[in-house]
Design a protein. Structure first.
Length: 452
């Protein structure tokens, strides 16, 4: 088990092991027996994110300060909707959001709201963009919804071809449908092609209403950072809302060598961020920032018994829809305070350097094609074999992925780039080093050698 990421058991075996846990009975059980049951039946099948061979996921093991904050949040089981439910919790969340805005250089009027996931943050951003568009059209979206637009089928959200699928969820959930999502191709660095963006916006003029453009600052498949400053300029000319999806990538803005990639981020109307990815804090932990706190106003709903209009004290629950809210700000605050910014930045930098070192090795490697220069902590590559035809080379990547996955000792992931399968190495935790990435490559090459 020492070097295994998890037991390696099949889905059937895992379900078999867990069956007794969900065998709800009239009588309870002694806590010692319960602990024994969980440790024996469940823990072996959980994933160990702390191992250097965990190279395909966005999950990280907890940092010590984060673990302490999580313990306190758990012990007190605080909901942090408003002052009434937790004076300290609500106030800390508000202060934390303001401090994070400052950390990311988002401007004095910016604010944030803590959410359950990047998916919801993206959805709320598109919702806020719709509100803004409706306001320009002279009506209140809260009251009239999509029916307020003269022709809702004209509404469009423009994203890069590599945008996260949560944007698809967003347009589905908001009643716009997938037809509202228009993709812009990426350039050879896998970033949104701004020339193509301008061309597409020009083509859409007169037939579609592009109310929102999404820049992904750290794409899921390659970690590429779309040129957010240039996209902001295009949005300003078009009068479109700019949402920056930094669920994965935003943290790297804190690493000085990478800050320049995010130039212009402060011009975005909304920015999504997932500390529960590389910040080593418990899931869930996501934040949606807005350029101006006033932009959160459409989310404020008051009631007679809860979130009353005249209630005293801070009320984070008025900036997003969840009513009961976890005290996710505490582990994040504790982790940043415990490490200090210097150590935090070192921690974030380390996987970036691991991926960069890996890229330098792959560039010289005769049997591998790196598919892009890494902007952040992800690198996609393809294993080559001269003797194979192109279709077989495609199958080889999938075969390597599946074989590694089956063994349960390493995780690498697979994606499609330019329509072809590619292996995808992800470094999230500082445990992942160039050496551990090379070890995975060696295994991939061994599997390739035995292919056919
Ligand atoms: C760029 C990007 N946006 C959004 C998301 C969705 O975030 P979550 O998994 O927290 O819902 C992800 C998740 O990987 C992501 O990489």
């Amino acid at each position: 088990m020492a070097d295994r990421l998890f037991s390696g058991a099949s889905p059937e075996k895992v379900a078999e092991a867990l069956a007794s846990l969900v065998d709800f009975q009239e009588e309870g059980m002694h806590i010692a027996d319960l602990i024994w049951m969980v440790e024996d039946d469940l823990i072996p099948h959980l994933m160990r994110y702390e191992l250097p061979s965990c190279q395909g996921l966005f999950n990280s093991p907890l940092e010590e300060g984060a673990a302490y904050g999580a313990e306190v949040a758990l012990e007190w089981n605080q909901g942090v909707t408003n002052w009434q439910v937790s004076p300290g919790g609500a106030t800390l969340e508000e202060l934390c959001c303001k401090a994070l805005c400052k950390l990311f250089g988002l401007g004095p009027d910016a604010d944030g709201t803590v959410l359950y996931s990047g998916t919801y943050a993206n959805q709320q951003a598109v919702y806020m963009a719709l509100h803004h568009w409706a306001k320009k059209a002279g009506f209140d979206f809260s009251e009239r919804g999509l029916a307020g637009f003269q022709d809702p089928s004209r509404l469009a959200v423009v994203v890069s071809a590599d945008a996260h699928f949560s944007l698809k969820h967003a347009v589905r959930f908001l009643g716009l449908g997938e037809g509202a999502l228009i993709q812009v191709p990426v350039d050879d660095k896998q970033r949104m092609d701004v020339g193509a963006l301008k061309r597409i916006l020009g083509e859409l003029r007169g037939t579609r209403d592009v109310f929102c453009v999404v820049a992904t600052v750290g794409t899921t498949s390659t970690g590429a950072v779309d040129p957010v400053g240039e996209i902001a300029e295009v949005c300003r000319e078009e009068g479109a809302w700019l949402h920056a999806d930094g669920a994965y990538g935003l943290a790297y803005m804190l690493v000085p060598e990478k800050t320049q990639l995010f130039e212009g981020l402060e011009k975005a109307d909304t920015v999504a961020w997932d500390p529960h990815k590389q910040m080593a804090v418990p899931i869930p932990n996501s934040v949606l920032f807005a350029r101006d706190r006033e932009l959160f106003k459409p989310l404020a709903l008051f009631s007679d018994y809860w979130n009353r209009v005249d209630a005293p004290g801070p009320n984070p629950g008025l900036k997003s829809i969840p009513s009961t809210r976890p005290f996710a700000a505490l582990p994040l605050v504790c982790s940043i305070r415990h490490q200090g910014l210097t150590k935090l930045i070192e921690r974030l930098r380390s996987p970036l350097e691991a991926i960069r070192g890996f890229y330098d090795i792959l560039r010289e490697h005769p049997d591998v094609d790196p598919l892009h220069e890494p902007d952040t902590g992800i690198l996609c590559y393809r294993v080559k074999q001269e003797a194979l035809d192109p279709g077989e080379v495609d199958r080889l990547q999938e075969h390597i992925y599946r074989t590694i996955q089956r063994k349960g000792k390493r995780i690498v992931s697979v994606t499609r780039l330019g329509g072809k399968p590619a292996l995808r190495a992800v470094a999230i935790s500082p445990e992942v080093t160039t050496r551990s990435l090379v070890n995975t490559l060696s295994e991939a090459l061994m599997i390739a050698g035995a292919f056919r």
